[in-house]
Design a protein around this ligand. Sequence first.
Ligand SMILES: [Mg+2]
Length: 284
Amino acid sequence: MIQQSSMISTSNGSSSYFEIIHPDVPRGNFKCALFDFDGTLSLIRRGWREIMVPYFVEEIMACPDAPVKKETESIVREFVTRLTGKQTIYQCIQLGQTVSRYGGRPKDPLAYKKEYLARLWARIEISFNSLKNKSRSADDLMLKGSRTFLTALKQRGIKLYLASGTDQVNVLEEATVLELNGFFGDRIFGAKDNWKEFSKNMIISNIIEENRLMGDGLIVIGDGYVEIEEGKSAGGYALAVACDEMKAGELDAWKRNRLIEAGADAIIIDYENTQGIINYLFPG
Ligand SMILES: [Mg+2]
């Protein structure tokens, strides 16, 4: 239930979306912040859903008992969204199960993942290379205000972690071209070949243990169902990012609703109003 909703004005007079869902959750004792990567800081992989969904639909439509296209699309969108934030392989495992359900013969989930990544790479290669050879500024492919927000948290002594369902090698490479390593150091985690060795739940447990945190010492910032849900179940604060990745500065209403269902305490679309967000997160 939405208890309070507000738009906070920025110093330059523009306003930035900031919606408070749970005003009574404790804030201000944060020692560690766990960031998701894609759609939370990085826009390098924006539009990935529009590659994954049509590809998965294609695989299911090839099954003997496949439903009509529209229904298939809604089935795919539902599970792709529900599993966002987990490693990509989980979406591919679910695809295999759906293919079986409609009378098809499922491929190895890794084969689905490989094909999806090849299609995605074809789309993002140019952007990635333009960052790598510095013909484009890193901030161009990040959510507005990301660097300022990270700097503000770092200045407050908050230890920053990055965890992504994207393969570790790619996360490291993409964090490097976005010049984010200085914030996270060796605290960058991504999916591993042995996918049972990684989950956001595991990372959160390690952060809590390593830093001897009480639940309210952790803030989780992400645009995926998984990190919001895991962050909340660990007793942390969940700041959800519901931006429309293809239209900077606009709310994705559908994402917002899903993130509220997952337990989000507040919703933002970017960090342009860093000061307003910081003032809210650290009252007094
Ligand atoms: Mg994400």
